[in-house]
Design a protein around this ligand. Structure first.
Ligand SMILES: *Cc1c(COP(=O)(O)O)cnc(C)c1O
Length: 389
């Protein structure tokens, strides 16, 4: 679509799919790249099953299209955070195995059972409640048992695990389809905590009757065979984020974010741009106001004051440095170096994608890709590319 709405803007900034003229910012999610990333993780995990972690609306990218694409690539097991997310996942994936990482909310047993969701039991009281519910229903329903191996967040501490292991009646009341734990430092491949947790997991899981086991998130999946057990649980790497800090990222880019130029201003030397007047123009400049801001997930920490090197966007192959503060609805960029027929009202500026990755942006902003993705705003128009079997 190169109508009057978008104009002759370079293909790399303009979303490839048609978007309505009312769209001010467009998030393009490349489902073929997502599927390729799952296939790569599946291969890396050898004989272990590769699940998909789709909590927080699939890291902000949209649960339904993401779960469907993963299913068509062969993914059969999904992890969500909350019961509500589990229900939403069940609606789009009637045949999948779905684990709820929150565990069992008190009194909500019937909801898990009603939607065929498996609670990840993280404490002895949860295990007791699930067992009691199963007995009352006369059915051994599935659940995972989460053992803490050093994270001290969710998961049974050793004394609770010992009590569970010493209660055959309790264990017999439900079906333990997975014994799992979670790595605290898997984003650093050579952190000794990884091996400590792996060994502790071996010791602790041996206290329970044999059951399929799982330890690895994205980072753990790339730590080698010893970390795979029977099932791996990648999240961020599926979505193109890096699994290991300070290492090359082998995953394909899944997410691109582009926004329209709303206005272009000639700004004279000495004048400032945006809130706080933090950015002072040094030479005659053309400053574009672009329709994406922190309400859309473009982090305010990406603001650029005079003299700072900030992120860049792209109009076609022309880099446009972002200048000034990020505000709720807008960013501003210096488009002085771009031919005026390209940098004009209505043109698309790519602010995240292959050239400026999620990790590039979050390194600058002092956060991680997980946060940027899961905070992408709902007002951004979403396009799913590569849909289909
Ligand atoms: C979020 C989460 C994952 C996925 O982690 P990534 O680092 O995104 O791969 C796996 N397991 C548990 C328990 C989680 O909470």
């Amino acid at each position: 679509m190169t109508g009057s709405d978008t104009g002759p803007v370079s293909v790399s900034a303009r979303p490839r799919a048609p978007v309505p003229s009312s769209a001010r910012a467009v998030l393009t999610v490349d489902l073929s790249a997502l599927r390729a990333n799952w296939a790569r993780l599946n291969q890396a995990s050898g004989r272990a099953e590769c699940a998909g972690v789709v909590k927080a609306d699939a890291y902000g990218l949209g649960l339904a299209p993401i779960a469907k694409a993963l299913t068509s690539e062969g993914c059969k097991t999904f992890f969500v955070a909350s019961l509500d997310e589990g229900r939403a996942a069940r609606e789009v994936q009637p045949g999948a195995t779905i684990y709820v990482l929150d565990g069992l909310l008190p009194g909500a047993e019937s909801h898990y059972a009603g939607f065929d969701l498996r609670p990840v039991l993280s404490s002895l009281p949860e295990a007791r409640d699930w067992a009691a519910y199963c007995r009352a229903r006369g059915r051994r329903m599935a659940a995972a048992v989460h053992i803490d191996t050093g994270m001290n967040r969710l998961g049974m501490p050793e004394d609770e695990l010992d009590q569970l292991a010493a209660s055959p009646d309790l264990l017999a009341a439900f079906e333990t389809t997975l014994v799992m734990s979670h790595l605290a430092c898997a984003d650093h491949a050579d952190d000794p905590m990884n091996e400590r947790q792996r060994q502790r997991f071996e010791v602790l899981r041996a206290k329970l009757p044999p059951a399929p086991a799982s330890l690895a998130n994205s980072g753990g999946t790339f730590l080698g065979h010893a970390y795979h057990f029977d099932l791996v649980r990648p999240g961020i790497a599926l979505y193109g984020g890096r699994a290991h800090e300070g290492a090359p990222n082998p995953m394909q880019t899944v997410v691109r974010l582009a926004a329209k130029i709303l206005q272009i201003r000639e700004v004279a030397p000495g004048m400032t741009v945006g809130y706080g007047a933090t950015y002072k123009v040094q030479k005659p400049s053309r400053i574009a106001t672009i329709a994406v801001g922190y309400a859309d997930g473009f982090l305010r920490a990406l603001s650029v004051a005079t003299g700072e090197a900030g992120p860049v966007g792209y109009i076609g192959d022309y880099p446009v440095p972002i200048v000034g503060r990020v505000s709720m609805d807008f960013i501003t960029a210096d488009v002085t170096g771009v031919p005026p027929e390209l940098a004009r009202r209505g043109a698309w500026v790519e602010v995240m994608g292959h050239r400026v990755t999620v990790d590039d942006l979050t390194d600058r902003a002092g956060t991680i890709g997980y946060e940027l993705l899961s905070r992408l705003g709902q007002r951004v128009y979403r396009v799913y590319e590569g849909v289909g079997p």
